[in-house]
Write a protein that binds this ligand. Structure first.
Ligand SMILES: Cc1cc2nc3c(=O)[nH]c(=O)nc-3n(C[C@H](O)[C@H](O)[C@H](O)COP(=O)(O)OP(=O)(O)OC[C@H]3O[C@@H](n4cnc5c(N)ncnc54)[C@H](O)[C@@H]3O)c2cc1C
Length: 427
């Protein structure tokens, strides 16, 4: 696991337990889910509620992947706005996709409420902050499309955004009130707890090394010697995908997202910075995102280097971006630094693959995975139970490795450098 120099602030509930529950080797279960992040656990919970016998196998501990390391911003929608989705997917699938995308944050907050998950949250919206006239126009366009669909969204003036964020330099922005913030590690741990209570067997420290099929039954083997038989497998390994299914890892570009957390803000600073508790992402090409945590820190994130970090200096670019927006924080200590992997696909959409009957793989969270992967898990579970592809918001697509994948990381690093320079000119 990539946890060197990674020290997140997020907390598991005090009652969280370890999971080491396996079906007996001789029993053929309905579904084995590889990966105990939000996608794997949401799929598991809903599949168990639909009556399936489900085993989750997680290589590390629950929440070690992106699900326990992320920024905790629960944002509905996809990278694309409704008009684009209708144009590209056609009226029927496009409309279904827009409705699905609109519902993803609701799915998370309803789960927290209905399952009484012990997850600290604030649901007061997400601000997309514009630093150029072009970004303002894009925000107005987005606002028009979502408002036409009755979404609780609105544009923010320069004065309003300054008051709501306390940050310097924004021309205006867009507020999406459907969004909110959670503690992502608490959420992932709690998903595991309710999934286990629904009958799912979850085993941590079970790194799946091999999957194979014999006479219509799948066989799953782990590094520590567990052997399972199953009718279906779901690979929910996302940005941490390895070589289990040839070609799958080459369909995504895993990027590192880095975060820092300040010491708890004084009451004066807390009153001036995000006083209503919204989440923010800005409009830069290499964007930064931030929010306050339940214990009153400012949590600030953005793209990081592709190599593993060596020490605090590898987070220095975030500290500079933080001070550009909040010069008043020049004396505050940075108490935590951590990072995780995000899986990007070339078309910026999640991909669902089913290369063989009974073998599903889902990759490509694009940095909005809390809502997206929670909601997608519910749909994958319905598909597993019914076999009805209409349950799936995205079409099943063939595994198409990205050409020259090995060189892609170098290309990404060069592009990030170029974008950083363009962003600097627009300051
Ligand atoms: C730093 C950061 C900030 C982010 N911020 C946000 C945000 O604010 N809002 C938002 O919506 N999204 C955000 N994201 C994205 C979000 O975290 C992901 O989209 C989401 O968590 C993906 O969930 P998942 O279950 O698909 O994958 P993961 O949580 O990564 O789970 C995959 C799991 O598979 C396991 N695994 C891999 N291989 C094997 C194997 N062979 N055997 C067994 N287990 C295996 C891994 O250990 C891992 O736990 C962020 C991501 C990062 C990294």
């Amino acid at each position: 696991m990539l946890l060197r120099f990674s020290d997140p602030i997020w907390q598991r509930p005090r009652t969280a337990t370890a999971f080491q529950s396996l079906f007996p080797a001789g029993q053929c279960v309905d579904v084995v889910i590889v990966g105990g992040g939000i996608l794997g656990l949401s799929t598991a919970l809903h599949a168990a509620r639909l009556g399936l016998a489900v085993q989750v196998l997680e290589a590390g501990e629950i929440g070690n992947g992106a699900s326990g390391l992320n920024g905790g911003q629960v944002i509905p929608g996809l990278k694309y706005d409704p008009d684009w989705l209708l144009e590209h997917f056609g009226l029927e699938r496009g409309e279904a996709l827009v409705n699905f995308a609109a519902s993803t944050a609701d799915t998370v907050f309803e789960l927290i409420r209905d399952e009484r998950l012990a997850v600290p949250f604030v649901r007061n919206g997400w601000i997309q902050a514009a630093h150029t006239e072009t970004a303002l126009k894009a925000a107005a366009n987005r606002d028009r499309q979502w408002r036409a669909r009755g979404a609780d969204v609105r544009l923010l003036s320069r004065t309003e955004i300054a008051t709501m964020t306390g940050a310097q330099g924004y021309l205006g922005g867009w507020l999406d009130r459907r969004a909110g913030v959670i503690d992502p590690l608490a959420y992932t741990s709690e998903l595991a707890r309710v999934a286990a209570a629904a009958g799912v067997k979850i085993a941590e420290r079970q790194n799946v090394m091999q999957i194979s099929k014999n006479a219509g039954i799948w066989h799953v083997s782990t590094e520590s010697g567990a052997e399972l038989k199953t009718k279906a497998i779901v690979l929910a390994t996302n940005a941490y995908t390895g070589g289990l299914l040839p070609g799958l890892a080459e369909t995504i570009v895993p990027l590192h997202s880095f975060q820092i957390a300040t010491a708890p803000l004084s009451s004066n600073l807390a009153a001036a910075i995000l006083p209503e508790g919204q989440a923010v992402s800005d409009s830069r090409r290499i964007l930064v995102y931030y929010r306050k945590s339940a214990d009153g820190r400012l949590v600030f994130g953005g793209r990081g280097r592709m190599a593993l970090p060596n020490g605090p200096a590898d987070w220095a670019h975030l500290e500079r971006a933080l001070l550009r927006l909040y010069p008043a924080l020049s004396d505050i200590a940075i108490e935590k630094r951590w990072f995780g992997r995000v899986a990007m696909t070339p078309d910026h959409l999640p991909h669902i693959h089913e290369p063989e009957k009974g073998l599903l793989a889902v990759v490509g969270c694009q940095g909005r995975g809390i809502g997206l992967m929670t909601a997608l898990g519910e749909r994958i579970a319905s598909y597993l139970s019914s076999g009805d592809t209409r349950q799936l918001p995205f079409p099943i697509s063939p595994i198409r490795p990205i050409p020259f994948h090995a060189f892609r990381q170098i290309g990404v690093a060069a592009t990030i450098g170029w974008y950083r320079m363009l962003d600097a000119f627009e300051r």
